[in-house]
Write a protein that binds this ligand. Structure first.
Ligand code: MN
Length: 210
């Protein structure tokens, strides 16, 4: 039976300092992310039990728990790979060109994403997303881990705006965290994801003008 696993970080907890403290990384990965992995596997197991017993009275709650925890697992796995020690700068090549095409400039995209993260009501994320229907880049606020993302969109770069992502280090200065993280973005990772996803064909001809 397949199940979800907590992937190891590709760098030490303290490797993103001073922008993200080692203590935050340790708790965020080992506790918060681990709980989403556990929750996703538990929801799958309970759905299996419901099928065995032919008792679907809790189907709505179980599927909601699966969506929340699995999305939390996906977004955190992506976030860790979007980060790297001594990262930052800006993307070149196709991703750099696409950002200029769809946002006007890298600075405008950055401003939009920082604003998007700063204005989330409650817990959530800001994401740079490839929208394959029209073939364009968007930013979007994602509420909790799963609400507000357009259905075909594929997140390429995600910024965790939950309090657990920054509070220990930045307290109420959350915008300082949303700015600091631009010093540790792994643009090679984002560019690789962009290259992989651009060939995605959702086969919905007539539904958009590219
Ligand atoms: Mn988080």
């Amino acid at each position: 039976m397949s199940s979800y696993n907590l992937p190891d970080l590709r760098y030490d907890y303290g490797a993103l300092e001073p922008h993200i403290s080692g203590k935050i990384m340790e708790l965020h990965h080992d506790k918060h992310h681990a709980n989403y992995v556990k929750g996703a596997n538990q929801a799958l197991e309970r759905l299996g039990e419901a099928r065995d017993k032919e008792d679907f009275t809790r189907i709505g709650a179980l599927e909601k728990a699966l969506a929340f925890n699995l999305s939390g697992h996906v977004l955190h796995s992506l976030f860790w790979q979007n980060l790297k020690p001594k990262g930052g700068g800006r993307p070149e090549g196709e991703l750099g060109s696409a950002i200029a095409q769809f946002f006007g400039s890298f600075e405008k995209m950055k401003r939009q994403m920082v604003e998007s993260a700063s204005t989330i009501m409650g817990s959530g994320w800001s994401a740079l997303v490839w929208e394959p229907l029209a073939g364009r880049l968007l930013t979007t606020q994602i509420y909790d881990h799963q609400s507000n993302l357009s259905q075909a969109g594929v997140p390429l770069l995600v910024l965790d705006a939950w309090e657990h992502a920054y509070y220990l280090q930045y307290q109420t200065r959350k915008t300082d965290f949303f700015e600091a993280v631009w010093n540790v973005w792994n643009w090679e990772d984002v560019s690789d994801r962009f290259a992989a996803v651009r060939s995605l064909d959702v086969a919905l001809a007539g539904a958009a003008t590219a």
